[in-house]
Design a protein around this ligand. Structure first.
Ligand code: SF4
Length: 278
């Protein structure tokens, strides 16, 4: 960079180009044939017009989002360490309100101590609690893991079911957990994993206006091609960890910046849509 030159820093509002308050022209300026700049009202109208014609779900925009995510995160997958469907199910239950790193610290010893589903099914929740305490909410999680193990042993012959309907009958298993197991282990795209990262980024990218996970999942299933469901969710999760973090996202480093109008961007070269955030 040439010394003494400071790079352009766009305003948070995205109105950095030629932005300014319109003032009446002086007589000398009028005589010079200059025209007054747009008034605040005119600018507001033109902003409304440009937002009106904008379709965040346009197929070309969705394709561009998918292309950029593929470039950034070509083959990402679930970060929870596991060797089989049961271990993944347990790890996913433990990951609620915790981090994958935290869960990965606990599970190797846990699965060394209790190697099979039957070992877990033979426990009481109280016996399991000390082993998973550090993942938080350990009493509920113990009940879920032991309850799921008992049901898998008694109802499903010791095998983790590979379909949504039966997975949802397990204690502590909702669609998010079921989608993680189905997508990551069984490679079945029954739906999309919607966690805190997917929720935040789907809203920032205006792929949904909803805030609750089941509705967000439905919205995403309508616009993302089915063959992309598994990878797309993992890509958003990784993007949410690396760049599109909850507080102060690193927009200046983000490849999606010029197609993202998020209301809480920290840097923008495009118009801001104030409702595009959580
Ligand atoms: S530009 Fe910012 S808010 Fe938009 S996706 Fe990238 S990091 Fe997230």
């Amino acid at each position: 960079m040439v010394r003494g030159r400071i790079p352009r820093q766009p305003a948070k509002t995205g109105r950095h180009e030629g932005a300014g308050i319109s003032r009446p022209l002086k007589a000398s300026q009028k005589n010079a044939g200059l025209r007054p700049g747009p008034t605040q009202a005119t600018k507001k109208k033109s902003r409304e017009r440009s937002t009106k014609g904008y379709n965040p779900l346009a197929p070309e925009r969705i394709a561009e989002i998918l292309r950029l995510l593929d470039q950034l995160y070509p083959d990402v997958t679930c970060a929870l360490t596991h060797k089989d469907a049961w271990q993944l199910l347990v790890a996913t239950i433990l990951s609620a309100q915790s981090t994958d790193v935290n869960v990965n610290r606990v599970t190797p010893e846990l699965f060394r101590k209790y190697p099979t589903v039957a070992d877990f099914a033979a426990l009481t929740p109280e016996q399991l609690e000390p082993d998973i305490r550090s993942t938080g909410f350990f009493r509920n999680k113990s009940k879920s893991v032991v309850g799921a193990a008992k049901r898998i042993v008694t109802e499903f012959g010791g095998q983790v079911p590979d379909d949504m309907a039966r997975l949802l009958t397990l204690p502590g298993v909702a669609r998010k957990t079921a989608n993680v197991v189905l997508g990551t282990w069984f490679k079945k795209a029954d739906g999309l994993v919607v966690d805190t990262h997917v929720t935040r980024i789907a809203r920032r990218l205006e792929l949904t206006k909803n805030t609750d996970a089941p509705k967000i999942e439905q919205d995403l299933m309508k616009v993302i091609p089915r063959e992309k469901w598994i990878l797309f969710a993992h890509q958003l999760i990784w993007h949410g960890r690396k760049l599109c973090i909850a507080r102060r996202p690193k927009c200046v480093d983000c490849a999606l910046e010029n197609i993202c109008h998020a209301g809480d961007k920290t840097w923008s070269t495009v118009e801001i849509h104030k409702n595009a955030k959580l």
